[in-house]
Write a protein that binds this ligand. Structure first.
Ligand code: DC
Length: 237
């Protein structure tokens, strides 16, 4: 894939990518960020970092007020690189630790609390004020950047997402069936929580990757983004 921008001098926009676990958001976001020379921000990593901090400090995952306070006292830094984001929690690189199953479950639990989400959304908005970002998560097109120029909702059948997750973690000792069960439980929580549930924005373009290769998904996203950038260049909007 060419790394050159397809439209030199084009205005830098916000590209919002939402979708459930295992839909391929992170891979797509990293490739798009590289192609357009944008900054890639994985917002899930921020929820994961807060979950880890709560686990380390013994804070209850059900206490939203306490968790929001903990978030304010924490330094969560995302350092974008070619593959995604390294994550620093209070200065320590916790990137690998954040991928473990206990943190994954805890992240989904801390993310249900409105006060936690308020804090996260404020941080995330501040990161994208100048555009030039690919931000991926669950509520980017609906809550973080409802005005984003490009919104993609990436989805795939649960069985496919479960298999992809299983294949991505060869070191895992969990059998494929339990990876799928965990993913479905997390999906259910993310989609049904009262505050900012995972739903496509009304103006998001849906890409279902169940029967698509990665190259096909990327090609669709690029076509969409290039059309939007061309439109924004001619209309200034
Ligand atoms: O994308 P991820 O798997 O790293 O996200 C971990 C959890 O964080 C996920 O189960 C839900 C939550 N999350 C969220 O609520 N909103 C976001 N924008 C990103 C993640």
């Amino acid at each position: 894939m060419s790394e050159a921008k397809s439209l030199p001098g084009a205005r830098k926009v916000v590209i919002a990518i939402d979708g459930p676990a295992g839909s391929g958001k992170s891979t797509l976001a990293a490739l798009l960020a590289r192609k357009y020379n944008y900054i890639n921000i994985e917002t899930g990593a921020m929820y994961r970092a807060l979950a880890l901090k709560a686990m380390q400090s013994g804070a209850s995952l059900d206490d939203g007020e306490k968790l929001a306070m903990l978030a304010q006292q924490s330094r969560i830094e995302l350092a974008p690189n070619r593959e995604g984001n390294r994550v620093l929690l209070d200065g320590a690189d916790v990137s690998e630790r954040l991928r473990s199953q206990d943190v994954t479950d805890a992240a989904s639990r801390v993310s249900v609390h409105p006060r936690v989400r308020e804090w996260m959304v404020a941080q995330q908005r501040a990161m994208g004020t100048n555009g030039g970002i690919v931000m991926e998560g669950r509520d980017i097109g609906t809550k973080v950047f409802p005005e984003a120029e490009v919104k993609i909702f990436l989805d795939a059948a649960p069985e496919i997402r479960g298999t992809r997750r299983f294949m991505q973690s060869p070191a895992t000792e969990a059998p494929e069936a339990s990876v799928l069960a965990e993913l479905q439980a997390r999906d259910q929580r993310d989609r049904t929580r009262a505050n900012s549930p995972l739903v496509p924005a009304a103006d998001a373009v849906m890409i279902d990757s169940t029967y698509l290769t990665l190259d096909q998904v990327v090609a669709r996203a690029i076509a969409l983004i290039d059309a939007r950038l061309a439109q924004s260049q001619t209309t200034g909007v």
